[in-house]
Design a protein around this ligand. Sequence first.
Ligand code: LMR
Length: 328
Amino acid sequence: LTAAAAAVALTVSAGAALAQCDDGEMVIKFSHVTNADKHPKGIAAALFAERVNTEMNGVACMEVYPNTTLYNDDQVLEAMLNGDVQFAAPSLSKFEKYTKVFRIFDLPFLFEDIAAVDAFQVSEAGEAMKQSMARRGLLGLEFWHNGMKQLSANKPLLVPEDAQGLKFRVQTSDVLVAQMEALGASPQPMAFSEVYGALQTGVVDGQENTWSNIYGQKFFEVQDGTTETNHGALDYLVVTSVEWWEGLDAGVRDQIATILREVTVDRNAAVDQVDTEARQAILDAGGVIRELTPEQRQAWVDAMKPVWAKFEADIGAENIEAAQSFNK
Ligand code: LMR
């Protein structure tokens, strides 16, 4: 391959991922940070764009930028307020600069599974959270699921003492910082795109994430193993800018909202399957997964759960109670 031919090949493959927008179509950018396939958010964003581009052809054209190719999660909300991007779906841990209502989703061992997270989100309290940043210019449209978080490090983690003194990358969330401190570990907030390198070079010793993220970013390749703790939830809010959204023609806005709703229902229903497949893919690729005995798991609960008290005033005891009622 000559350099010129390689350049052409690169352009073609990059172009294939993006829609070909026609003159006169409104260009809508959706920026996110995960891989595009074998991932709940990657698949949902691609399906959203595919449907907009088919069903709204001639009117709107959606371009999806996965894998932090456009913005990381810190940058994307600023860019949205500046009108440079119209959609993103950061995890609920990433909104602290705008609202504290999502802190409830980071409390360790509060939600037993994603079904409980879903039940809380569709409750009145959950629905109201979508509007919580409207005054700051951001509107939540739908919750998208990912899965429960697991814990990995450069050594086996079976009891909480194993985590003592280790550095763990966390998302930019005060609850997650407190959770790692409760283990006697050192939390290091860091952008998602930097985690693999930080694990590889030993800048951090471990991290917490879902099976699809551990698989998609290949974290398992640079960790001793992953412990199946299911200690917390990782979920998303699809957000847009209030100004952009309200400036749309009502018909266009309704059509986008309807497509997004249908994609949400469809992909949220499939999330357990994507999660299970990612877990299996880690094993197939030679990654190590450690399961806990009930006694070992209880020790992690005992170590992490005191974090709730620290945030109870912010979150509201009634919300914590409501959330618990959705566990089976
Ligand atoms: C993370 O930063 O670990 C996650 O929020 C990434 C994601 O979007 O799933």
